[in-house]
Design a protein around this ligand. Structure first.
Ligand code: AHR
Length: 501
């Protein structure tokens, strides 16, 4: 048995939780949009061609905001191609995956989908293959009520009211060699400053995110952030990092990705604050972690169509997730929350079919992968204030992180409902964990209203089309409340939720 303890106090608050941290990313890639969100002819399709079985699962996943339409495809995308009568929409070469973009789903359709699901839209706009007029027109089309060419075009397309999209991303991974019109930090810094400026002139309420380095291993990591912030600091609200975790066959090394994520967030925040310090500015740039997941397990050559084929839809990176993956995703979600004073938005990449929690079969069913569960439970119970913690846990050493505690813990308290929620990952693969959490100032005589546990003797167990409920959360038998202290015995390699009234 390994031991761990956590102490929190009702008055020691890190931050209010911004529920946009439970966002997702939906790109025109593989079968995320075509065959995922949109499949006219599917037995559950609505009048727009949206799969309602997928919509139901998305609602159950507790998604708060969705980033659209890309991703790498954004760098060659013309948003105008995706609006207006569908029969008139052009078919275009999509160079990031060597496919044909049919444009049967576009900005207006995405807004329809968001309105039907009750989810906030986040739009990304292309500043790679296009100049600032593209972004200008995109924002004007979406947010100006009428009386200008672009806004009247929207009205003519049947959308009398503005879409009022209040969160915009400028470009995507512009530092990557894999991108159309790859940019240096200086080039992107100038573009993002000017784009953010005009976007906010069009609509003062818009928040803008600029791309951070594509990942923590980019050689220019640090220099990129500093350089673009020197140009764009006054105009942007968020830096947007991305991460796709290394698939290490050693489970403890794999779990150490959670420490790397924590370091990545804290380093990026420090870079933002260093530039603020140079300027003696009280402004704090926040993080929108707008792509995060485990790296796709497909070979690079299988992530694109064969040259010359240009298929309309190319099913790619449809990874099947295990229990081990679900534990990592649960722990990472906690890390995002634990840094919630600076991480205000996050988008899991991606939402359907493409390295996703929700899978579909064309013309067939939709089902939940193992990783669906920690994401859904975190959103279901993630409300209120994030409490500061004093954590004591036995540790182990990994190559990636020298001093890795077995426990990852998170405590939230919601004054509105009176609920306190504990999320706890036990990274010890062999031993159960005796966990005690002292909830100081939160009152005695409280009781447990719900518990959930993700654990399985086989860490490689999965959910599939034919066995979609193989992995579902169980309950924790051992939770006790004694005065202000909650105790539980957590299974080895388990992700846990304890809800106290
Ligand atoms: O999510 C898949 C891809 O990963 C995105 O298109 C890109 O932004 C990232 O490199």
């Amino acid at each position: 048995m390994t031991k761990a303890s956590v102490i929190v106090d009702k008055d020691f608050v890190l931050s209010d939780l911004d529920r946009r941290i439970f966002g997702q990313f939906a790109e025109h890639m593989g079968r995320c949009i075509y065959g995922g969100l949109y499949e006219p002819g599917h037995p559950t399709a609505d009048e727009h061609g949206f799969r309602q079985d997928v919509m139901e699962l998305v609602k159950e996943l507790g998604v708060t905001i969705v980033r659209y339409p890309g991703g790498n495809m954004l760098s060659g995308y013309n948003w105008e191609d995706g609006v207006g009568p569908k029969e008139n929409r052009p078919r275009r070469l999509e160079l990031s995956r060597f496919v044909t973009e049919t444009n049967q789903m576009g900005t207006d359709d995405f807004i329809d989908w968001c309105r039907k699901t009750g989810i906030e839209p986040m739009l990304a706009t292309n500043v790679a293959s296009r100049d600032l007029n593209g972004a200008w027109g995109h924002v004007e089309y979406c947010n100006i009520p009428g009386g200008t060419t672009m806004s009247d075009k929207r009205r003519a397309n049947g959308y009398e009211e503005p879409h009022n999209v209040k969160f915009w991303c400028i470009g995507n991974e512009p530092d990557g060699f894999w991108q159309i019109a790859q940019k240096s930090a200086k080039e992107y810094g100038r573009i993002v400053a000017e784009a953010a400026k005009i976007i906010k002139w069009i609509d003062h309420e818009i928040e803008v995110a600029a791309s951070a380095s594509s990942n923590r291993n980019m050689p220019h990591y640090g220099d990129w952030e500093r350089t673009i912030l020197e140009d764009a600091f006054d105009y942007i609200d968020y830096l947007a990092p991305h991460t796709y975790f290394k698939n290490d066959p050693d489970t403890m090394e794999f779990f150490a990705n959670i420490e790397l994520m924590d370091a990545y967030i804290k380093e990026t925040v420090a870079m933002c604050d260093a530039v603020a310090g140079q300027r003696r500015s009280s402004k704090r740039i926040m993080l929108s972690f707008d792509e995060w997941n485990i790296a796709a397990r497909w070979k690079p050559e299988d992530k694109k169509a064969k040259p010359g084929e240009w298929p309309d839809v190319l099913p790619i990176i449809e990874d099947v997730y295990t229990v081990e993956d679900a534990l990592l995703i649960g722990g990472t979600m906690q890390t995002l929350i634990n840094n919630g004073d600076r991480v205000k938005v996050a988008c899991f990449a991606q939402m359907v079919n493409v390295i996703a929690p929700i899978m579909t079969e064309d013309g067939g069913p939709a089902w939940r992968q193992t990783i669906f569960w920690p994401l859904a439970l975190a959103s279901k119970y993630g409300h209120g204030k994030i409490l500061k913690q004093v954590v004591s846990s036995e540790k182990t050493a990994t190559k990636a992180w020298a001093d890795m505690p077995y426990l990852v813990s998170t405590v939230l308290h919601d004054d509105a409902t009176g609920q306190t929620v504990i999320f706890a990952l036990n990274r010890n693969l062999k031993e159960p964990m005796e966990l005690s959490v002292a909830l100081k100032g939160l009152g005695e005589g409280r009781s447990v209203v719900a518990t959930h546990e993700i654990a399985n003797d086989d860490l490689k167990a999965t959910n599939t089309r034919d066995n979609p409920d193989n992995i579902r959360p169980g309950t924790i038998a051992s939770v006790r409340v004694d005065g202000e202290t909650v105790s539980a015995t957590l299974k080895p390699a388990s992700w846990n939720v304890i809800v106290i009234n």
